[in-house]
Ligand binder design. Structure first.
Ligand SMILES: Nc1ncnc2c1ncn2[C@@H]1O[C@H](COP(=O)(O)OP(=O)(O)OP(=O)(O)O)[C@@H](O)[C@H]1O
Ligand SMILES: [Mg+2]
Length: 300
């Protein structure tokens, strides 16, 4: 808090002297840092109050300002309580998402490993059975083996869809490239993934971004009638950005937000991002395509 106090005071002095976008941006950055460091609204009021008092120095008005500050703190206390409650609900939701992801990972592994072993045992049994059979019956068994291989492949696909191992092993960009390739094949729609995310994001941000992109692509397939999709990702200090754009029929996001239909996709995307302190902006209009702009604050 001490360091933040000094930085805020310097930025405020600089803004009062010469104004300018860069001091405003600095204030925004400080606010974000304070938020992720667990500071509340009342802490920020105290920070601002002390800085203003220091800057004004020993003037006659300082007593009034000080008292007005105490008064203002009372006014803001209910907002602080709501802010704290929101933070706690967010933490709970994040933990819930993390435990869902780890449960999904466990099920995906079990599906992959255990069904793989069982099917391998069935293959061995079938081969042993085949030895004593007539050529006609052997042919039938080969057919059964082909079907079993298809079942095996399908189970492997399900397991990868549930939790792509490439996400754990290689990170977000390769996982999205794999997702995009499968999507392109299935819907005959080119998807371009472009970007670098170095160093890797945390496990929860990677998992959330993977699910967000999955839903965004589902929406393109179901609603957009697009002829191409592009996914761009980049990371700068403290920020992760992703932009998912299609050239399809578009829609009116405000009308959808107000609408009475109980749709969950875009809502789910927003919720996943909110728990990470991130945001979703949608730019879309009928016949103009759709762009989802995603921002998530990350460790600098
Ligand atoms: N890329 C897109 N192109 C065109 N329309 C879209 C696109 N994405 C979303 N929409 C519109 O926004 C609506 C809401 O999307 P959302 O994902 O929330 O719900 P949904 O896809 O209809 O249902 P679900 O709850 O199964 O996801 C869609 O019904 C569709 O009209
Ligand atoms: Mg949807």
């Amino acid at each position: 808090m001490e360091g933040l106090q000094g930085e805020y005071e310097r930025a405020l002095r600089s803004y009062l002297r010469q104004g300018g976008e860069s001091s405003l941006k600095q204030a925004y950055e400080l606010g974000r840092r304070a938020l992720s460091g667990g500071q509340g609204i009342l802490d920020m009021i105290a920070l601002h109050q002390q800085s203003v008092e220091k800057i004004l120095g020993d003037t006659q008005q300082i007593g009034v300002l000080h008292q007005a500050g105490d008064f203002f703190v009372e006014l803001m206390s209910p907002f602080e309580m709501t802010h704290r409650a929101f933070g706690e609900a967010n933490d709970t939701l994040r933990r819930l998402n993390e435990s869902l992801e780890s449960e999904t990972r466990r099920i995906a592994r079990a599906l992959h490993d255990e069904s793989g072993q069982l099917l391998a045992a069935v293959h061995i049994q079938l081969r042993q059975m085949a030895r004593g059979l007539s050529p006609g019956a052997q042919f039938n068994l080969t057919e059964i083996e082909t079907l079993l291989e298809q079942v095996e492949q399908q189970l492997r696909n399900f397991s990868h869809e549930l939790r792509p191992t490439v996400l754990d092993d290689y990170g977000l960009v390769p996982a999205l490239q794999t997702l995009a390739e499968k999507f392109s094949k299935r819907f005959d729609l080119p998807v371009n993934v472009d970007g670098k995310v170095n160093p890797r994001l945390t496990r929860s941000v990677e998992a959330a971004m993977y699910r967000v992109t999955q839903e965004a692509l589902n929406n393109v397939a179901r609603h957009a009638k697009a002829s191409r999709v592009s996914i761009r990702l980049w990371r700068i200090p403290g920020e992760f950005h992703c932009c998912i754009r299609d050239d399809g029929v578009g829609f009116d996001p405000a009308a959808v937000a107000k609408g009475s239909r109980n749709t969950l996709g875009l809502l789910g995307i927003r919720e996943r991002l909110t728990v990470l302190g991130g945001t979703l902006e949608i730019e879309s209009a009928p016949q103009q395509g759709t762009e989802l702009r995603i921002f998530v604050p990350v460790e600098a």
